[in-house]
Design a protein. Structure first.
Length: 492
């Protein structure tokens, strides 16, 4: 967002500067050029006025020594000296276009230019100089009349001035305006960056806080001490919402945990009393003993349900402290631990895969695998098999627990991770809910698919170990009692 705001503001500033500076520079350049041409024409007119007396004398008497200069030529000599000092070129032609004076005039067909200028001037009855840029010089041509516009032309004065000073002035103008534009762009960049950061940083913080809240970090709050007033009010509203949501969720979890914990003691006492009563009636009253046995089974199911609710409440409060965990090592250990149970039921339990590392909370993978293996062994019959496979992926590690048992249909798989969702009359429907909670709280994903040929496949993806200097992915959740949750979940 900062980059977009910065680019938009800089583009707008550049357009404004270009729209203002370029026309200004072009107008100033044109004005300087026009002024330079007019100044050249004015100087040429002055030189023509000085040379007029000399040209009149030559025109009046061709027998005079026109090439000689005397005291009367002193003003003309002064003009020639000034032209020479300025580095200009001056050409004075007589009425028959013979050269009277040629002072540093560059090469060119000046006679033809003078004839054209004289013809145009006589046609328009004008004595104004004609100035134009020829190459790198401005050439001004002034016809000199004997006594007035109706009199004959006695000569022509051509003044050639180099455009180097004009070019230098125009270049300086462009440099000055370009420098102003660059400085303005730099100032605009600083101001635009500061404005963009002022707006985008609170938004980025609010977006990050909303993302972490969505992931389950109910304690997160947005910073409200920076940014525009509207964003501060939005952050305050967000914090109010997050606080109310945290109180609501924690209160709900606390009620579940407290109720589950409080029910354990009376359930244990009730089971003890029923056990004693059933033992007393086994011989004396078989019918009553049978009813008591059914009551004990329902009581056992109720106890498992209460233990599951307590485990779920604790799993909800898990805040993973991620560490590097060898997924293949943990899988091998749990497969070995469950082998006696699988062998006793006639189920083949095996593990395979390649070494892989994951970034998850300590002890969580053991709890997840225990729940999945226990659920699979509970659903399978003798002769079935369960396989635990570990692989390394581009993003971390993957664990696949598959079996060839009855499996689940698409509807059951869609609801499997929900609480109390089970097709097993003896189950609580909380084991997979705890697995899903632990996997997602560690930044992973869990998916259920059908095993080719029949059965259920659980695919778990975990984040990899971050590079040195990286704090790793952010994990959701609040609370801190993962070890108790792991122990309770094994009873489901």
């Amino acid at each position: 967002m900062t980059r977009r705001i910065l680019l938009v503001l800089l583009a707008f500033t550049a357009v404004i500067i270009a729209g203002a500076m370029v026309p200004l520079a072009l107008n100033a350049s044109t004005h300087d050029q026009t002024s330079f041409i007019q100044a050249t024409a004015g100087t040429a007119r002055t030189d023509a006025a000085v040379a007029q007396s000399r040209l009149d004398a030559i025109y009046g008497s061709k027998s005079d020594s026109s090439s000689s200069t005397g005291p009367a030529d002193t003003p003309l000599l002064t003009v020639l000296r000034q032209v020479r000092q300025a580095g200009d070129g001056l050409l004075i032609l007589e009425s028959d276009y013979q050269t009277l004076t040629d002072q540093n005039m560059p090469d060119g067909d000046w006679t033809t230019l003078a004839q054209q200028a004289d013809a145009t001037a006589q046609a328009h009855q004008s004595a104004d100089p004609r100035a134009q840029i020829i190459g790198s010089r401005v050439v001004a041509v002034v016809p000199v009349y004997q006594r007035g516009l109706s009199a004959p032309v006695v000569g022509t004065v051509l003044l050639a001035r180099s455009t180097a000073p004009l070019d230098r002035d125009i270049l300086e103008l462009w440099v000055i305006l370009g420098t102003i534009a660059v400085v303005a762009m730099l100032i605009a960049t600083v101001l635009a960056f500061a404005l963009a950061r002022w707006v985008s940083r609170p938004l980025a913080g609010l977006d990050s806080a909303a993302g972490r809240l969505a992931d389950g970090d109910l304690a997160i709050r947005a910073v409200v001490d920076s940014g525009p007033p509207e964003l501060r009010r939005l952050a305050t509203t967000f914090n109010t919402m997050a606080g109310r949501l945290e109180a609501l969720v924690h209160g709900n979890r606390a009620v579940i945990a407290d109720v589950s914990h409080q029910l354990r003691t009376p359930l244990a006492a009730l089971r003890l009393r029923l056990d004693l009563l059933a033992a007393d009636t086994v011989q004396s009253d078989p019918d009553t003993a049978h009813e008591l046995a059914g009551a004990l089974e329902e009581l056992a199911r109720l106890s498992r349900l209460v233990d599951g609710l307590l485990a779920v409440a604790r799993a909800e409060n898990v805040v993973p402290v991620p560490v590097a965990v060898s997924v293949s090592g943990v899988a091998t250990e749990r497969v070995a631990a469950w082998h006696p149970v699988a062998d006793d039921r006639g189920i083949a339990l095996s593990g395979r895969g390649v070494p892989a590392m994951a970034w998850i909370g300590e002890g969580h993978l053991e709890q997840i695998l225990d729940n999945l293996i226990a659920n699979a062994l509970e659903a399978l019959r003798a002769g079935n098999q369960v396989t635990v496979t570990t692989t390394a992926t581009a993003s971390g590690a993957q664990v696949i627990v598959s079996d060839n048992g009855p499996g689940m249909d698409a509807e059951d798989r869609a609801r499997a991770f929900l609480r109390f969702s089970t097709s097993n009359p003896n189950g609580t429907g909380l084991g997979l809910a705890i697995v899903h909670r632990l996997v997602t709280s560690n930044g992973g994903t869990a998916n259920l698919t059908q095993t080719p040929g029949g059965g259920l496949t659980v695919t778990l993806d975990f984040p990899g170990v971050p590079a040195p200097g990286n704090n790793g992915p952010a994990f959701a959740g609040s609370g801190a009692d993962s070890s108790s949750a792991a122990q309770d979940a094994l009873t489901l």
